[in-house]
Design a protein around this ligand. Structure first.
Ligand code: F6R
Length: 614
């Protein structure tokens, strides 16, 4: 979704801002823009529909001088993606420029009020009302810019991260946040501003994450000042970034997605490091141990998430019910938050989010908190809004995920859920010591197994060629592998734009089997597990109707091999970990089909990496 970058210091701002916008491209956007106060004191504003490269071409022969500026990538919500609606937006007199992430819910009322006072709007966005309102308040009340921003934001309903520049105060950027992330980077006599740390990491590792309702005043020659909407001072907490630059580059891979698929043996090692002992006899998730009594007394666990994280949650449901015998409900965060759910004080709510910024998941967390539940977060981005809103939690530690299609975060989430279920099961005594140790040791070996599966990438790339022209796909799985089928279908549709559906294999005969003919590829996850025989029967039913079967099987399998058109073997593992291994070839299959179709794999159309609007 939209991205914000800002710079104020001694260097020329334009190259830093453009590079920052490129770093934020992964979030998904449809237009970009920049505002700079030139060395001659002019507030220049350039914006363009399309990619950051289009903006660069547009700004090529223009005055891009200046040591202070703000820049933005926009993912359209109000008003189509065009030059006019792109950010920044000028105020009416063009003395202010503003960029905004989020949605202003009462913009229509504010706009009417300002129009009745003679203001004329230039765009169809909700954003423009903020900058007009700030200017109106500044000029009619005769207050300084910071006060005008505070007073304006007191009237605004909705979510925002904003940054504002004033021609009349060229040594200052004012930034504010509510429900949309904003990070200030602190360098030597310079400030950086961004919606996440990726544009900042190469300049400084000292950052301040703003909290809701906070306003940052970045002023040349002064330390960072943070105040709330009523001007009460807030002491900024400076944190160290753990991220490094190489994590943000492709490192020789053609796409971030492929790099991230290949990183999985290492990311899962990082995820379990320090949590499982070398001997494989214990698992310690400190977030669980620190809240042992509260979590162990849970009568029910509700998991809220969206998209791929929701698929990980479904695997979590199997793991926790199977190993810990605690009832689990999995909810789409977007539905949960609006349906007056029953949340009891002894419920534990687990929120899963790679970005830690998904608006619906954050709102679900706030709702559950307000009803007294204990909230456990499983996030990737350290310091993200959801991570900070929860009572306890575990990071997945897989490093920045730049490809829009989630891969390593998914396997990291399932790995944390596995460790969480094992920790709880051990504490509750719901698994025998033998089963516990066997599972922990298996989990330790998953990274090696993934390395084995990755060796099949060339064969999967070849197989992908056969299916590049398919118009539909069906993915089937049962038990632990059903969520893996859903995830495989999501990967394919989001990056190749081929329609794909995931089903529990036995559900086919209740309707979807009508779709099967010789044109329909069916990906069946049929690893050797407790319902293997049943899955084979389901595959037979597809075969009998001429469906083309690509099966993920356990190494050494012969039964499925004799029916399927193509097989991809994966190492034998305990049933709870089968979906981790099955998801690797499905990621590769989706990737190569998308590449063969010439799709923009890392930034698929219409998608955003971090969905900060509901
Ligand atoms: C799909 C994908 C999305 C996200 C979803 C939730 O590949 O990445 O479906 O999983 O938008 O995002 P997070 O996990 O950041 O809350």
């Amino acid at each position: 979704m939209c991205g914000i970058v800002g710079y104020l210091g001694a260097r020329q701002a334009y190259p830093i801002l453009i590079k920052g916008l490129h770093r934020l491209e992964y979030r998904g956007y449809d237009s970009a823009g920049i505002a700079l106060i030139s060395d001659g004191g002019i507030l220049n504003l350039y914006k363009s529909k399309g990619k950051v490269a289009d903006l660069e071409r547009f700004a090529e022969a223009k005055d891009t001088s200046g040591t202070v500026g703000i820049a933005h990538t926009r993912w359209a919500t109000h008003g189509e993606p065009n030059d006019l609606n792109a950010h920044p937006h000028y105020s009416q007199s063009r003395s202010l420029a503003l960029i905004h992430n989020g949605i202003i819910e009462n913009y229509a009322v504010l706009r009417l009020e300002l129009e009745s006072k003679g203001y004329t709007f230039r765009s169809n966005t909700d954003t423009e009302v903020i900058v007009y309102l700030v200017e109106y308040i500044r000029d009619t009340d005769g207050v300084d810019l910071c006060t005008a921003v505070q007073l304006a934001l007191q009237q605004v309903v909705g979510a925002y991260a904003i940054a504002i520049l004033s021609k009349d105060d060229p040594d200052c950027i004012i930034a504010a946040r509510k429900s949309s992330p904003l990070v200030v980077g602190i360098g030597e006599d310079e400030f950086f501003l961004a919606s996440d740390a990726t544009p900042i990491v190469e300049y400084t590792d000292r950052v301040v994450y703003l909290d809701d309702g906070e306003i940052a005043v970045l002023r040349r020659g002064e330390p960072l000042r943070v105040v709330d909407l009523h001007n009460a001072p807030v002491t900024p907490v400076v944190r160290r970034l753990a991220m490094n630059l190489s994590q943000l580059e492709k490192g020789g891979y053609p796409h971030f997605m492929l790099k991230e698929i290949y990183e999985q043996p290492q990311t899962l090692l990082n995820c379990i490091r320090g949590r499982i002992n070398i001997e494989g006899t214990s698992v310690v998730l400190s977030g669980i141990i620190d809240n042992r009594e509260r979590i162990l007394s849970a009568r029910r666990i509700i998991i809220v998430a969206c998209g791929t994280s929701w698929h990980a949650a479904l695997i979590g449901e199997h793991l926790i019910e199977d190993l810990c015998r605690i009832p689990v409900e999995v909810e789409y965060a977007s539905e949960f938050r609006y349906r007056n759910p029953v949340i009891l004080p002894d419920d534990i709510v687990i929120a899963i989010s790679q970005s830690g910024e998904t608006a619906d998941t954050l709102a679900a967390v706030e709702l559950a908190k307000s009803r007294g539940a204990f909230i456990y977060g499983i996030c990737n981005v350290v310091g993200s809004s959801i991570a900070r809103a929860t009572d306890s939690g575990s990071y997945i530690h897989v490093g920045p995920e730049i490809g829009v299609a989630s891969t390593k975060a998914f396997t990291g989430q399932v790995t944390v859920l596995s460790m969480l279920a094992l920790t709880l099961a051990h504490e509750k005594g719901t698994v025998t010591d033998e089963r516990f140790t066997a599972l922990v040791r298996e989990l330790q070996h998953i990274p090696d197994h993934i390395t084995q599966v990755l060796k099949q990438a060339p064969a999967i790339a070849d197989l992908a060629k056969t299916f590049t022209y398919a118009r539909n796909f069906i993915y089937l799985g049962r038990g632990y592998n059903y969520p893996a089928a859903l995830e495989g279908a999501l990967k394919l549709k989001e990056i190749s734009y081929i329609h794909a559906e995931g089903y529990p294999a036995a559900e086919m005969k209740h309707g979807p089997i009508a779709l099967i003919d010789a044109e329909m590829p069916v990906v069946a996850i049929a690893t050797t597990d407790s319902i293997y025989e049943k899955t084979i029967s389901n595959i037979q039913e597809i075969k009998a109707r001429q469906g083309k079967i690509i099966a993920i099987v356990t190494e050494g399998d012969t039964a499925v091999r004799s029916i399927a058109d193509h097989v991809i073997p994966v190492p034998r593992v305990a049933e709870p970990f089968a979906p981790i291994l099955a998801s690797i070839p499905l990621q590769l299959l989706a990737y190569y089909i998308a590449v063969h179709k010439g799709r923009d794999v890392d930034q698929p159309r219409n998608l955003a990496k971090s969905v900060t609007v509901e």
